[in-house]
Design a protein around this ligand. Structure first.
Ligand code: XBP
Ligand code: MG
Length: 235
């Protein structure tokens, strides 16, 4: 039988790994170091995750949520975010994050079947590289055919741009792929690009509305995967 799945496209934060608690910790430490009196707790950060991209998230918090006087200009936001990125990456390099259950097996099986692997994420290339180097034995470029990251588009998720960039670079039709997502805005992005999407919610997204998803799973464990995909991975 001809292999019907040409490519698997993975979101990063919340999908490859439960990264968001480490992002949150890095934001909070960066605020503290810069003497900014903000602390994002779990409940608040859950709300802020509806804004993809760290700089956009800081800006949104200042503009919409915080009742403090607006003091940060874009240059300040850039500096805070640079420090947050440094902190996050230093912890990732220390090995504080691991892959979500099932991800390694899917990646290994897809590699054996020569199914194309790609990434679609709102976060930065730097963050993706540290996570992949820390969690997989192979270099990001060897493992993933194309890595679509926030710097490459002007509209992040929930817009389709990050996924459309992947499709263009791997020369695949949406129907030949599966996207893997963990959040509602991620799902809206992959579905706006018309890609069949498998969702397994991360800790921040357990109660999101996933009604547009093709499959909603409790985990990415092989046994939970849709039959079509299992066939492609194993036949
Ligand atoms: C989720 C995000 C990211 C991270 C922070 O991305 O919104 O913005 O929380 O990343 P994904 P930066 O598409 O992988 O789920 O601070 O590097 O922007
Ligand atoms: Mg995500």
């Amino acid at each position: 039988m001809e292999n019907p799945t040409k490519a698997l496209i993975f979101d990063v934060d919340g999908t490859l790994s439960e990264t968001e608690e480490l992002h949150r910790k890095a934001f909070n430490l960066a605020f503290k170091e810069k003497k900014i009196d903000w602390h994002w707790d779990f409940k608040l950060y859950k709300k802020l995750l509806n804004i993809s991209g760290g700089k956009e998230r800081i800006d949104y918090f200042q503009e919409i949520i915080s009742t403090d006087k607006k003091v940060l200009v874009q240059k300040d936001i850039d500096k805070i975010h640079q420090r947050k990125t440094f902190l996050y990456n230093s912890w990732v390099k220390e090995g504080l994050l691991k892959l979500r259950p099932g991800i390694r097996k899917i990646v290994n099986m897809a590699k054996k079947k020569e199914i194309i692997l790609a990434i679609s994420t709102s976060t930065s290339f730097e963050n993706v590289v540290s996570l992949i180097k820390s969690c997989f034995d192979e270099s990001p470029e060897k493992l993933f055919h194309f890595i679509s990251t926030g710097e490459l588009v002007s509209r992040k998720k929930p817009y389709p741009d990050l996924y459309e960039l992947v499709l263009k670079n791997i020369s695949a039709k949406p129907s030949e792929c599966f996207a893997f997502e963990d959040s509602r805005i991620g799902l809206l992005s992959s579905k706006a690009a018309q890609i069949p999407t498998i969702v397994s919610p991360s800790i921040y997204n357990l109660n999101d509305d996933f009604s547009e998803a093709d499959f909603v799973l409790g985990s990415f464990n092989y046994n939970c995967l849709p039959l079509d995909l299992k066939n492609s991975l194993s036949s």
